[in-house]
Structure formats: structure tokens, C-alpha cells
Design a protein around this ligand. Structure first.
Ligand code: MSP
Length: 511
């Protein structure tokens, strides 16, 4: 039986347009989804939009629209963002869809039947921006007297009759779970933070709002809607057909990886596993929290006016450059700064010079000197064997890193080989061999084509467009673009299409 692999992105709040923070998590998830498909696994990849809650309701009111038409408009923007970023999701779930609302209500009923939820009273802090409740000890007072959450969001005092989830009963079980499952939560900084938060003690969690109507109604109590995070987290199972555990997609549960940002790690690694355990549903295998981007040194914010729409970047630099840059520039679990100079630097040095030139030099020599036909393999020298074995080792070296979301390092592995292949071509100088030893020249060009193929294959999930074009130029058929196919060399003598530059240099204004 083919192994299943279920990957999710967060579902994005539709209170504003998509920005690079959203694109970032989606691209990282997409790379892993594509890689796993190339390993022959059966992948299910989910993304979508989080459309209920106070924050979205307020944004709709501010726009003077009824919430449903407001979210319809923005959900379309997020769908478009996914398409423009070439995200290969299998489904796009919206929490206002009937299938989701029904699944949510079913989850609620199970929790209520098991007495994990009870009608009580909530009194405490709430941060609208985080859609989160905070304990007294987590809230700090600014010099101007205003109070803020640990994430810097303003908090307000809320007092409501609410349904509460018996979170206080789950602390020890969660700690035992983290201990027994070291792979459940990464990176290690987030893991430590979450463990110390849970060790600090859990209080029961309010899971409904009485003062809000924009949400999934609480079954049996039309006066209340479900807390937006219970509603939102459930998307990962409602999309698979929950509560129908005989639904065809249910076999994908539990998820292999939930990709999340560091700000929402707590919801995914404390609240979500507690809900699932309480409902008797298996817990996801892994949650990984990525860091945050600032822009040119500043926090991205509408008021500063520095919010970057990833679609604008794509128009200027090209999609694959943007996908590559976001995963290459900063270690995935860390925070980092997005700036144009860094992007242009990597585009010109790593893509145009290192990789683009390697391919262009090799392929244009084949086009001009080998009658545009892929040369036969010749007798291999030590130098040939060395570069080929380095290139062929890439899938095995990179895969464990991708499974741990160490993207920057995995890309560095590929670049080591690209730099080694550039050194090889300079050493072998096929342009000199053209005049002295055409048989050896052909053998060298074949080595280069054979080294480029695994390089383009491991980079295909990162840059599907550009690497697809490179594999076209290398004569690799569409059905041979997976890792298993690398074991079968291409037949010598096939005609290669005319080579074309894949990565143009950026020559515009670097400002
Ligand atoms: N709706 C919730 C998620 C529910 S999942 C069941 C939510 N949505 S969000 O739209 O506010 O954020 C979605 C993701 O974008 C989060 O993972 C968040 O960390 C990420 N980012 C938002 N701004 C970001 C940056 N500036 N940089 C990197 N990622 C950022 O939270």
C-alpha cells in the first residue's frame, strides 16, 4: 500500500489581503508536498481560509459589507495567491462551507457528550488581534497604561457566560505526550517555550462567544457561537470528511505535518492535541512553527504601509526566484528580514551565475558541438565519478532535512554540488577539448548533463517552473521526474531542445 502523507498550511484569516507571511508558510508546505509526491507517496495537501470570528466580523463591518460577501471576496484573493504561487494543494477549505460547519458541530457534540465541555462563565483578557484568551500573568502593562498580550496585541477584559473546555485536566497528559514524541513539535526553541507554558499550569478554556454572531452556532444553544480557534483547528479534519471516519480521505489522518507560524504554535500544540485526545481522535504527528519576516528591518503592518503582496514580487522577479529566496534566505524556524538587495543578490549570484550558467554552458556546448544530441556516456575518470556521485547523493541527503523543515541547509547541500560542478567544468574545460579531444569533450558534457539532472530534480519542488524547463532542456521526459527514475540514465543520442537561459540576471534598480 502506498504510504499516505498529509500536509496542511494554516487557514488564513480573511481580514485583509494576502502578504508574504502567508505565501511563506504555503510555499514551505508546497515544497514538502511536491517532494513527497516525487518519492511516490500518496500526498494530500490542504490549505484554505479562516472566515469566522470577531476580527473578520469587524473587518467586514469596517468595509461596510455583510460578513459573507466580505469573506467571499477575500477568500477569492487567497485562492488566487495560492494559484499564483504555484501551490499544489489538493483542496482549499473555507470555514463558512457547510461541510466544515457540520464537522465542527459534530466535534463539539462529542466533546460535550464526553463532558469535556460545560456551561460556565469566562472572565479574563482577550486579544482581538490574536483571537486569544490570556491569563493575568501573561498580560503586561505599557507605560501608557494600556495592556498587551505576550505577542504585543492590545487586550480587553471580557466577561461572558461561556462554554468551557476542561483544559486544566490535560496539562500532565500533554507534557507526557511531548516527552514521548520528540518529533511532534519543532523547532526546539518553540518546543521549550510550549513545554514551559504548559508546565506553568492550564486553566479551562472558553470555547464559545456569547457576544458574537459570526461563527458556527453552538449545537443546542443558538445564543452562542463556537470560539473561532475551535472552529478553525477543526478544518484539518472536516476537510477529510470528519465525522465520517469511513470517508475515503479519512485515511490521511493523522496529519504528518501542520505548518504554522510561531505565533500560532500554542493553538496547534496545546489546544489542538487536547481537543483531539478528549474527542478520542489521533493527534497529528508533527507541528512545525516557522519564524516571522520583517520588511527592510521593520515589522510588516498596514499602518507603516510596508505590507508586501507576494503577487507583486512575482511580477517583478518571477515566481521561482521568490519561492527560492524565501526558503533560502533564513533558517526556516528563525525570524529574518526581507529586503530587495538580498533577493537580487541571491537571484544574480546563486540562480543566474551558479545554476543558470552551469546549465547554459553545458547545454549550449552540447547544442553546438554534439549536433544537439545527448552524448553517450564515456569511460569515467575519477573526477567524473566524484561529481556524479555527489549529485546522485542529493535526494538522500536533502530528504531528512526537508522532513525536519531545515530548508536553507537542504538548499545549501544542492549549492555545494552546483559549485562543485562549476569547478568541474572549469577544470575539464570542454571548450578546449573541442579542439584537442572531441571524444573526451562529449564524455565530459554527458557527465555534466547527468549531474544536472539530479540537481534539477531535487530543486523541482522548490522551483517547479524553472526546474521543469531545465529538465525539458535536459531531455528528461515528464514521467521520469521523480527520485526513482534517477536510477535509469537517459539514452544517449536523444535530441535535446535548443537551450534557453532559465534565470535572467536582475539589472533593474536595486533600491
Ligand atoms: N487563522 C489563523 C490560523 C488558523 S489555523 C487553524 C491565522 N491566520 S493569519 O492569516 O493571521 O496567519 C496565518 C499565518 O501567516 C500564520 O502562520 C502566521 O504566522 C503567518 N504570518 C503572518 N505574518 C507573518 C510574517 N510577517 N512572517 C511570516 N509569517 C507570518 O493565524
Amino acid at each position: 500500500m502506498t504510504e499516505t502523507f498529509y500536509i496542511t498550511t494554516p487557514i488564513y484569516y480573511v481580514n485583509g489581503a494576502p502578504h508574504i507571511g502567508h505565501a511563506y508558510t504555503s510555499i514551505a508546505a508546497d515544497v514538502l508536498a511536491r517532494w513527497m509526491r516525487m518519492e511516490g507517496r500518496e500526498v494530500y495537501f490542504l490549505t484554505g481560509t479562516d472566515e469566522h470570528g470577531q476580527k473578520v466580523a469587524q473587518a467586514a463591518a469596517a468595509a461596510g459589507q455583510d460578513p459573507q460577501s466580505f469573506v467571499d471576496g477575500l477568500a477569492a484573493e487567497f485562492r488566487d495567491m495560492s494559484a499564483k504561487m504555484n501551490i499544489s494543494n489538493d483542496d482549499f477549505i473555507r470555514t463558512t462551507e457547510e461541510r466544515h460547519k457540520q464537522g465542527c458541530a459534530a466535534l463539539w457534540k462529542i466533546l460535550a457528550d464526553k463532558d469535556e465541555i460545560y456551561l460556565g462563565h469566562y472572565e479574563g483578557w482577550y486579544a482581538l488581534r490574536d483571537e486569544a484568551f490570556y491569563g493575568e500573568d501573561e498580560v503586561t502593562t505599557r507605560p501608557d497604561g494600556t495592556k498587551i498580550s505576550p505577542f504585543g496585541s492590545p487586550v480587553e477584559w471580557v466577561k461572558e457566560p461561556n462554554y468551557l473546555f476542561r483544559m486544566s485536566a490535560w496539562g500532565d497528559r500533554l507534557l507526557a505526550f511531548y516527552e514521548a514524541n520528540p518529533e511532534f513539535l519543532g523547532p526546539s526553541s518553540t518546543r521549550s517555550e510550549i513545554i514551559s507554558f504548559v508546565k506553568g499550569g492550564m486553566t479551562d478554556l472558553s470555547v464559545s462567544r456569547a457576544s458574537l454572531t459570526w461563527g458556527v452556532p453552538v449545537p443546542g444553544d443558538p445564543e452562542q457561537v463556537m470560539y473561532v480557534w475551535l472552529d478553525a483547528l477543526a478544518n484539518y479534519i472536516t476537510a477529510l470528511g470528519y465525522p465520517d471516519e469511513s470517508a475515503p480521505l479519512w485515511r490521511f489522518w493523522p496529519a504528518n505535518v501542520h505548518f504554522v507560524g510561531k505565533d500560532i504554535a500554542r493553538f496547534h500544540t496545546v489546544i489542538w492535541p487536547a481537543f483531539l485526545m478528549a474527542a478520542g481522535i489521533p493527534v497529528p504527528k508533527r507541528v512545525y512553527a516557522n519564524g516571522w519576516w520583517t520588511v527592510e528591518g521593520e515589522k510588516m503592518s498596514k499602518s507603516v504601509g510596508n505590507v508586501i503582496d507576494p503577487r507583486d514580487l512575482v511580477k517583478e522577479f518571477g515566481l521561482d526566484v521568490v519561492r527560492f529566496f524565501l526558503l533560502r534566505e533564513m533558517p526556516f524556524g528563525n525570524d529574518g528580514d526581507f529586503n530587495r538587495r538580498a533577493l537580487i543578490g541571491r537571484m544574480n549570484s546563486e540562480l543566474a551565475n551558479d545554476l543558470g550558467n552551469l546549465a547554459q554552458r553545458s547545454l549550449s556546448l552540447i547544442a553546438r558541438n554534439c549536433d544537439a544530441k545527448l552524448p553517450e556516456r564515456g569511460p569515467a575518470t575519477e573526477d567524473d565519478t566524484e561529481i556524479l556521485s555527489q549529485a546522485m547523493a542529493l535526494p538522500g541527503i536533502m530528504q531528512p532535512k526537508l522532513l525536519r523543515q531545515i530548508y536553507g541547509d537542504a538548499l545549501e547541500d544542492a549549492w555545494k554540488v552546483i559549485r562543485a560542478a562549476n569547478a568541474y567544468i572549469d577544470r575539464q574545460a570542454p571548450w578546449v577539448l573541442r579542439k584537442t579531444d572531441t571524444v573526451r569533450m562529449a564524455a565530459v558534457l554527458r557527465v555534466l548533463a547527468d549531474a544536472l539532472r539530479p540537481i534539477a530534480t531535487v530543486l523541482l519542488p522548490f522551483m517547479p517552473g524553472a526546474m521543469g524547463a531545465m529538465l525539458d532542456q535536459l531531455g528528461v521526459p515528464a514521467d521520469a521526474r521523480d527520485f526513482a527514475a534517477l536510477a535509469t540514465p537517459l539514452p544517449g543520442g536523444i535530441t535535446l531542445p535548443p537551450p534557453q537561459g532559465i534565470f535572467p540576471r536582475y539589472t533593474g534598480d536595486a533600491a
